[in-house]
Ligand binder design. Sequence first.
Ligand code: PXP
Length: 255
Amino acid sequence: MTLVRARLPRARLGVNIDHVATVRNARGGVHPDPAKAAAVAQAAGADGITIHLREDRRHIRDADLQTVRASTTLPINLEMAATQEMLANALAYKPSAACLVPERREERTTEGGLDVARLHNYVEPFVRQLREAGIRVSLFIEPSLVQIDTAVAMGAPVVELHTGKYVELAFADDTVGAARELARLQEAAAYGHAAGIEIHVGHGLNYDTVRPVAAIPEVRELNIGHFIMGEALFVGLDAAVKRMRQEIDIARGQA
Ligand code: PXP
């Protein structure tokens, strides 16, 4: 008997180019240029460019905002902390989308989702002001139903579910734990979708972990950065983006 995989709607791939700037900043100067990476990612099949302007400007810097925009026609997704400084930056820059993320200076990357259930009163005005400016707002949250309920109550049109725990457990060969986390992602995606929210996912995904997440029917966008950039050192950015695009398409029965 031949098993026929269900064909799911195509999911978008947002390529996070922050770490091109990390390498550039290690030496100062202008090389490698994140704007060039955005153009290469677009040519390779990316559907969006994601950048995170951090408070400490450790990778993307203010000047990159304009050069990246000039180098691509893809929608730009600006990841940002919920601070007045970043809100002013986002309102001036007007990206297609803004993803509100938690940010602590001492962390190496975004650890855990934004606890919107606890921070509701603080975060809501950011969602409102970004929406009023015509920016599509996403909240980077843990795959938890309480967080989704709060996102819905706040009027956020999109949530991005943090895949970090699933990836960590899969990497540690904890198959039971990884399956449990995947089930949480599946449940949260179905729940959010039923409530009318668009579902994105991201964090830590690589070729080994992307397919089960990309196969979640309600997922519409995956944002992936660190692994693609690391892989690009060996195979080139064009090939790394194409392979990730292909993994997503296979998972969704598109390839
Ligand atoms: N989505 C969000 C909200 C993030 O903060 C990050 C990391 O900047 C990513 C996706 C991409 O994660 P990674 O670089 O581990 O693929």
